[in-house]
Each structure stands twice: as C-alpha cells, then as structure tokens.
Design a protein around this ligand. Structure first.
Ligand SMILES: Nc1ncnc2c1ncn2[C@@H]1O[C@H](COP(=O)(O)OP(=O)(O)OP(=O)(O)O)[C@@H](O)[C@H]1O
Ligand SMILES: [Zn+2]
Length: 494
C-alpha cells in the first residue's frame, strides 16, 4: 500500500495523514437521514461524498477491511409531527394509532431513501442501524453518564428529562471550538429553569401516553426514575457508533485498537452537524467511556445551496432526489442518477455547491463523452488515485478520468484504466440506458456505414465501425433472410 491518504480533520482544522487504529478494521460512521420526508439534493451530498471515501478506503485497505455504519433516525419529534399531519383524521377516529402512523411515515421514507441512494450509485454501508432498534444501548449509555456525574434528572415543562451536564466535561466544545462561557453569554439556547446550564441537552425525555416511548429505569442520586420516554437525537449516534464500530467488532481488533476502547477512525456528516450534534456526540461518548477521543478524524461536507442559502427541509427550498430523477420538476426533465453524482463530485466536498440546471448539464455533457465499458480488472490509475487520496480531491480525479476517457479512443490500456478508475468513483456509465438522441445518432452512423460498404468504400466503413466501438457500441452484421441484403444491428458492449 503505497498510497498516502490525507484527510482534513475538523477537530484539528488541518489536513493530515490518515492512520487507522487498525488497518485490518478501518471504521467509519456517518450520520444518516431523519426519515420524516424524502431526502433532498442536499442530503444526497454526504451520502455521495462518504460513499466515495468508503470506496477509496476499500481500495486502500481491502474491501473486507472497512466497516461503514450509517444510521437511520426513525425517532424524532419531527417524525411525530409528520405522522399527525398525514394521518391525523385516522388517529382521531381511532382507526390508526400514533405509533402505526409513525411507522407508516418512517417505513415509506426509509424505503424511498434506499431507492434514491442506490440510483446515485452508492454502495450499501456495512450497517444501517435504525435508532428504534438501539434503544437499550442508548438507555445503557445514559445510565453510565448518570452514574459518572455527567448527567442529571430534572423536571421540565413536559415531564422528566435526563440531561447532559455540559459543565461536567472540562473540554466540552473541542470540535466546534465554542467555549461554554461564550454559549452562555450568547444565550442562543433559551434558558430553561430546570437546566443547570443553558447548553445542557436532552438525553432522554418523558413521553405522554399517546406519544411514542419506551419504558426505562434510571438510577440517579440513589433514587429510581421510571421514565416512559424517548431518546434525544445526539444519543442515538453515540449508541449506534459504539455498537457497530466497537462492541460488535472489538474481538477482531488489533492490540493497538483494543488499547483505545470505544474509539473509531472517521466520523462524518454535513457542516451543519458540527454544532451541536457532533459536539454532543463527543461529549456523551467520551464521558460515558472515559476516553478523550470518540473518533480520530471528523469530516464535514459543505452545503448544497439554492441562491446562496442552504437547501433544507425546514426552509422548504429543496428538490428531492426522487423529483430530480423521476419527474420533470427540475429543469423540465428527468436526470439520471449518475449525472447528479458527477455534478456533486465536480466540486470539492468542503466547498459549497450552488445547485443549478447548468451544473447538471455540464456533468451530463462530460459523461456522454465517456466510453461505456465494463469495470474490468485493471488497477485504477495513479492520476486518479493521487488526487483522491489528497483529501478527496474529486475535482482533479474527475479531470484525470476524463483524460483517460479521451485517450481510450485510441489506447486500449488507457481504456482499461479509465474503466477501473471511473468504477472506483462509482461513475462508470451504465450500458443499460441509451438516450434517445444518442440512439438516433448511432442508427444514422450504422446506415452510413452500410452505404459505404455497398459502395465498397471499406476504409470509411471500418472507420465508422471503429469509432462506434470506441464509444462502447458493438455492431453485428447479418443478412436479411428474404432479400439476402446485409443488415446491421448494434448493441452496447456489456
Ligand atoms: N443543503 C445541504 N447540503 C449538504 N448537506 C446537507 C444539506 N442539508 C442537510 N445535509 C446533510 O444531510 C444529512 C441528513 O440531514 P437531516 O436529515 O437532518 O436533513 P436536513 O435537510 O438538514 O433537515 P432540516 O432541513 O430539517 O434541518 C446530514 O449529514 C446533513 O448535514
Ligand atoms: Zn449523528
């Protein structure tokens, strides 16, 4: 393994050589979607960016040596609100319970998410845990925090809450570089009387009987608190990352990694998650397990923007992935998944992207120039790997792939390297769909070649055949059974 992988780390604000705790078991966690509404183009960005990193890590360390967990947040007050909105009448007349309505919302949204990300050429992560399948793990961490003096039980306006005590952690704020004092002075967080500090955040929250919840017993200051309730958002990721990247894998880890219990290599998500979400994940995990590190490298993608503003569900300025791929709402036409994927990768992941039809058209034009080939078994080209290994410089990697695509018209070796390199980024043009306009163009060339053959202009005829072949189009000559005349059909090489 000669490739040196460098990654920008939000924790240190520096780019540094990536050194996994155990190269045989590289571990990455990325915050996944809250499934109350279809994923939008902004949500697609971390999915694509970290898919590229997952692919690169698999290339460098071996496909079986990388564990990637991306969660599904299927318990959240936004989900409850959506269930009430969509199924209100049914809940009111008793034909559906709130929990059934919630499952209808999350089930539908999650399955759409899976369809969407598949269409964007993303590999399935090793684990895609749902929050509701990890409640016991969350309760266990919360109890550890209570026992160790990092959390407390308090009564708020909607019942009991277990809160994280930010003041109990000396270096709270290390990721966002926000100091607790500044936060209090800024008073961004509404001061609530039951909180010891305004920045204290919910770990567990009591639910009304009609709200979704789980029975939980917490021991605090010698007293038992039975709180039927639901988890806060941040605790979900602390629980799921620990389960899938430590608990379930620890027996296989190297001695060095075992000497760093509960820690893993990379944690990712969008820029908006640095504070408070990731800061609070760090606080929970480090305090619960008494470590000073949760993940060694923290990576954050920039925003997809619309007219300079972050595309976001709550802002309403969004286009869903499904709308873009399956309807004509954006630019009056449908767009293939690989066009959106390439459009994202034509900007460095830490830069903002202003989303536009022009950007998609640019990506489409580039893809159309690339040959349709099978991945093959050549090695990806150094000219592609090197920029990728430099903090995922996909801009330069795509340029290098394009150069290989151009060279591949006259160079079989370049073509093989193009195939392997484009495949590494999940960008190999698919042989299955042919654009109508392209098909018409091919038909015309096939016809022209038949005329050349009739005129015995074999050199020109061969030229046409070869140029089509370079674009991945295979001609098949045959004879019409009745007239005996030559007929030519074509297909994409598979
Ligand atoms: N416009 C955006 N550009 C890039 N990444 C984004 C954008 N919006 C959300 N993300 C990322 O998508 C992932 C899922 O986020 P989430 O489900 O909270 O969606 P959201 O659109 O941010 O929700 P809301 O708009 O209600 O805040 C997170 O990693 C988040 O950082
Ligand atoms: Zn998270």
């Amino acid at each position: 393994m000669s490739l040196t992988l460098k990654l920008y780390n939000t924790l240190t604000r520096e780019k540094a050589e990536f050194q996994p705790l155990d190269p045989q078991n590289v571990r990455m966690y990325v915050c996944g979607p809250t499934v109350y509404d279809f994923a939008h183009i902004g949500n697609a960005r971390p999915v694509i960016v970290f898919d590229v990193l997952f692919r690169l890590l698999r290339h460098v360390y071996g496909a079986d040596h990388v564990t990637y967990a991306r969660n599904i947040t299927d318990v959240d007050d936004k989900i409850n609100a959506r269930a009430l909105r969509d199924f209100g009448p049914k809940i009111a007349d008793g034909s559906m319970s709130l929990n059934e309505a919630i499952r209808a919302v999350t089930g539908k949204t999650e399955s759409q998410f899976q369809t969407d990300v598949k269409a964007l050429g993303c590999l399935e992560p090793t684990h895609q845990p749902r929050a509701t399948d990890n409640i016991a793990e969350m309760i266990a961490i919360i109890q550890r925090l209570l026992t160790q003096g990092h959390a407390y039980v308090a009564k708020g306006s909607e019942g009991y809450e277990v809160l994280f005590a930010t003041a109990s952690m000396a270096d709270y704020g290390q990721l966002s570089k926000r100091r607790l004092e500044d936060q209090q002075a800024g008073a961004r967080v509404a001061v609530e009387a039951h909180k010891m500090n305004p920045g204290d955040f919910v770990l567990w929250k009591q639910s009304a009987d009609t709200e979704p919840g789980w029975a939980a017993d917490f021991l605090f200051e010698g007293k038992n608190f039975a709180i039927y309730g639901r988890p806060g958002w941040h605790i979900e990721c602390s629980a799921m990352s620990n389960r899938y990247l430590w608990e379930e894998i620890k027996d296989r880890l190297s001695p060095k990694a075992k000497a760093h219990p509960h820690q893993f290599d990379i944690h990712g998500g969008g820029l908006d998650l640095i504070f408070p979400h990731h800061e609070n994940e760090i606080a929970q995990s480090c305090c619960a397990y008494d470590t000073d590190v949760m993940a060694n490298v923290w990576m954050h993608n920039g925003f997809v923007q619309v007219e300079g503003r972050k595309m976001s569900k709550s802002d309403g300025n969004f286009v869903t992935i499904n709308e873009l791929l399956e309807t004509k709402t954006f630019g009056g036409r449908k767009w293939p998944g690989e066009v959106l994927r390439l459009a994202m990768l034509m900007t460095h992941y830490r830069e903002p992207i202003d989303f536009s039809v022009k950007r998609l058209e640019e990506a489409e034009r580039l893809l159309a120039k690339w040959p349709v080939v099978e991945p093959g078994n050549a090695a990806p080209c150094e000219t592609v790997l090197e920029p990728l290994a430099d903090d995922l410089n996909t801009v330069a990697a795509v340029q290098a792939i394009h150069a290989l695509a151009q060279a591949s018209h006259h160079d079989a070796d370049a073509k093989a390297r193009f195939a392997a390199s484009a495949n590494l980024l999940g960008l190999l043009p698919k042989a299955t769909e042919v654009d109508e306009a392209i098909a018409a163009g091919v038909d015309a060339l096939v016809q022209m070649r038949l005329e050349m053959l009739k005129a015995k202009n074999f050199a020109e005829a061969d030229k046409i055949r070869d140029s089509l072949s370079a674009q991945g189009i295979q001609l098949k000559d045959g004879k019409d059974k009745e007239t005996g005349e030559r007929v030519t059909t074509w297909e994409l090489k598979r």
